[in-house]
Design a protein around this ligand. Structure first.
Ligand SMILES: Nc1ncnc2c1ncn2[C@@H]1O[C@H](COP(=O)(O)OP(=O)(O)O)[C@@H](O)[C@H]1O
Ligand SMILES: [Mg+2]
Length: 249
């Protein structure tokens, strides 16, 4: 495998292209089980109706774990919006359609979203009183078992040269509630500084899904707390405000 053509560089990983293959190489200290979990999730989602790059190999390259899958020749929604801002609304609407399509799928063997969220709330660093409120809220919300992407963003959708949308980056995939998955997508827009786009996404999604916005809003404190567990200092103030839902008597 040739690793001379870089597609993307992240803090803990680098993406390369070698012909028809995309090679996601994780840094040496990246958790092995997280890499294998990502590959397992992706391979499970390959069996749905969604367009997902097929995995060819999980390998160790120069001491680093790597996931080798189809290279999708196309552009992410982020790139398409940058190139043609006039198409922004249409592309955000397309992402909402993709969200709906993802949440129509079922992948029975994936981890449970509610369990993952419970663990993250436990680890979010907020005080016990706030955590109690969040866990109570989590139990009270409708808990489905549909496919959740867990990190749906404009950069995790690639439109190939035939106009076919491919969904990538399945490391956070679980089975859970569509509303929770949508709340997370909304939060990701907000954290990236796309406030208008976040609201536009929510409006169009709720219209297409015939879902009241209040149903998505109820998940905001929970998804904020789960994101807090990542411990990113720059996000702390915003997220802790969103996660703090305690009503003192
Ligand atoms: N299979 C692929 N084909 C083409 N480009 C890809 C592929 N996988 C990833 N990329 C590109 O690399 C970027 C980062 O990959 P991604 O798997 O989303 O990593 P991260 O976990 O860091 O977000 C994507 O936004 C996309 O531009
Ligand atoms: Mg990504």
């Amino acid at each position: 495998m040739k690793l001379d053509k870089i597609i993307a560089v992240r803090t803990a990983k680098t993406l390369y292209r070698d012909g028809n293959l995309a090679i996601k190489v994780f840094n040496e200290d990246f958790s092995k089980s997280d890499v294998l979990n990502e590959a397992l999730n992706q391979s499970r989602v390959e069996n749905t109706l969604l367009n997902v790059p097929q995995i060819h190999e999980v390998a160790k390259i120069d001491g680093k774990w790597a996931i080798v899958s189809d290279y999708i020749d196309g552009k992410t929604l982020t790139r398409l919006i940058e190139e043609e801002p006039s198409k922004k609304s249409a592309l955000i609407a397309q992402m909402a359609d993709i969200q709906l399509e993802i949440n129509r799928q079922k992948v029975a063997k994936l981890n449970k979203h509610s369990e993952k969220m419970r663990e993250k709330i436990d680890a979010c660093g907020l005080n016990a009183t706030v955590r109690y409120e969040l866990l109570t809220r989590l139990r009270s919300l409708r808990n489905d078992e549909v496919l959740c992407h867990g990190d749906l963003t404009l950069s995790n959708i690639i439109i190939d040269n035939d106009g076919k949308p491919f969904i990538i980056d399945w490391s956070h995939a679980t089975q859970g509630s569509a509303a929770a998955d949508t709340a997370r997508a909304y939060l990701r827009f907000r954290l990236a500084g796309y406030i208008d786009e976040a609201d536009e996404y929510l409006d169009i999604y709720c219209e297409k899904a015939n879902t009241p916005k209040q149903v998505i809003h109820k998940w905001f404190p929970i998804v904020a707390a789960t994101q807090l567990a990542k411990g990113l200092e720059t996000e702390y103030e915003f997220l802790s405000e969103w996660a703090n839902v305690v009503e003192y008597e």
